[in-house]
Design a protein around this ligand. Structure first.
Ligand code: PHE
Length: 443
């Protein structure tokens, strides 16, 4: 069934037993929402870019999405058994090549060439791909922006590096945020988070502060923009409440997440940290120290414009696309919602080696059941007519040890009312493909 080759972005790749890219995904590789004029993803990118001077930060916005496993995982220090590498999480072109799962895939190559371009930092915006659940905030394609900044340590003492970083920091604007909570920049004893080998604690701390200041500025700008979009000039002047939480990424240490209080909820908006020194060494930047961050543009655009469903970004419906203009802050106005239609599907997994984690694994004809495979099967049939899919029940038969799953599929178009006939037809296809392709037994 699989073709022997796959042509992506004009390059033909051999396929193999690792290949798991469905045909339905291919059109997304050329959409470039982040570069589409007036599109909210592009507008959000421009707002964030405007906070990073181009004389310091090179822009890379057209890097192709097909990268090697080495770029996406190995050289970033992902352990061999990291879940992110699994075929149930990542789209493989073949054993050695993937659709990038994050913009960090380009870190090493850009660190290597940055200096030649006379820059000490960069911003990368791009489409990224992950196999995931179906709901209003997840989509197998989304957009990330990644930023990084390096400081030169050549011929400088640690104290001189600290001075330079702090001087740069003093020149920066004060962000209009209230830091409600902050994990220590460096954790004390007993915590695995440590300063990188070869970094003095003072240097790494200065770089960490620089990073946090830059990102607080970004967030305060984005959220005052959001308040303006909502027509609330007073709120635009209020301090945004943020908190810094310690985190883990294989390629930064220490690592942090920035969360923002929005409508009474703490929302994670980005991950960041001090770049691991071995990564810089590998990229020929032994004598630099620096920071990096990565954020999801959809997440920020949804907050900023009040966009309730991630599928809307991909919709060609003019009632959506005509609402946005570059440089104009205006909140999204919902257009009428069409009715939902729920359909349940229940099935038995194969002979049980017992139940796995919730929604996770079970055994299907000797092979594991992965929820993301089921999600993709549903997307392949229903496309954007599926709003979300939820696991509503699972149990293990006490005698046979077999596991039963029941999922509820919510069919709803953003653009029209679906007929009963067409939903029934989609659901019948889901049922038959489930049996054929996933080898489960329908109930
Ligand atoms: N690449 C990380 C992610 O996708 C985000 C990140 C980027 C974290 C850069 C640290 C530094 O989750």
């Amino acid at each position: 069934e699989l073709p022997n080759t796959l042509t992506l972005a004009n390059i033909t790749h051999n396929t193999d037993s690792h290949t798991n890219i469905p045909r339905t995904l291919l059109p997304y590789l050329t959409r470039n929402l982040h570069l589409t004029k007036n599109h909210p993803i592009s507008n959000t990118r421009l707002i964030i870019e405007s906070l990073f001077p181009p004389s310091t930060y090179a822009r890379y916005n057209t890097l192709p999405p097909v990268v090697t496993v080495a770029q996406n995982f190995d050289c970033l220090g992902f352990p061999q058994d990291h879940v992110g590498r699994s075929r149930s999480d990542t789209y493989y072109v073949n054993k050695y090549t993937v659709l990038r799962t994050h913009t960090s895939a380009h870190q090493a190559e850009k660190f290597r060439t940055l200096e030649k371009e006379g820059r000490s930092g960069y911003l990368i915006s791009a489409d990224v791909y992950r196999r995931d659940a179906i709901d209003r905030s997840h989509y197998p394609v989304f957009h990330q922006m990644e930023g990084a900044k390096l400081f030169d340590r050549r011929g400088r003492s640690s104290a001189e590096v600290v001075d330079e970083v702090l001087k740069d920091l003093e020149g920066m604007e004060q962000p209009n945020v209230e830091v409600v909570e902050s994990c220590p920049l460096f954790e004390e004893e007993g915590n695995p988070v440590q300063t990188e080998k070869g970094h003095s604690r003072e240097e790494a701390e200065a770089v960490g502060k620089h990073l946090q200041r830059q990102l607080e500025l970004m967030v305060s700008k984005v959220f005052s923009e959001a308040a303006l979009a909502a027509g609330d000039a007073a709120a635009a002047k209020e301090k945004v409440k943020v908190r810094w939480v310690s985190a883990y990424f294989p390629f930064t240490s220490p690592s942090y997440e920035l969360e923002v209080l929005w409508n009474g909820e703490w929302l994670e908006v980005l991950g960041c940290g001090v770049i691991r020194q071995d990564l810089l060494d590998y990229a020929g930047r032994k004598e630099s120290i620096g920071w990096a961050f990565g954020l999801g543009l959809e997440r920020i655009a949804m907050l900023m414009y009040g966009i309730p469903d991630i599928r809307l970004f991909w919709s060609g419906d003019e009632r959506f696309t005509n609402q946005f203009k570059e440089g104009v802050a205006k909140r999204f106005e919902a257009f009428s919602k069409y009715p939902q239609c729920f359909k349940d599907v229940a099935f038995w997994l194969g002979e049980g080696r017992g139940a796995g984690a919730a929604g996770g694994s079970g055994v299907v004809g000797g092979e594991e059941f992965h929820e993301n495979d089921f999600m993709e099967l549903v997307r392949g049939i229903g496309g954007d007519l599926v709003e979300d899919v939820k696991l509503i029940d699972q149990f293990t038969h006490p005698k046979t040890g077999r596991k039963s799953m029941c999922y509820r599929i919510n069919y709803r178009s953003l653009e029209r009312t679906l007929t009963n006939e067409e939903v029934d037809e989609l659901q019948a296809k889901v049922r038959s493909q489930l049996e054929e392709k996933m080898g489960v037994q329908l109930r």
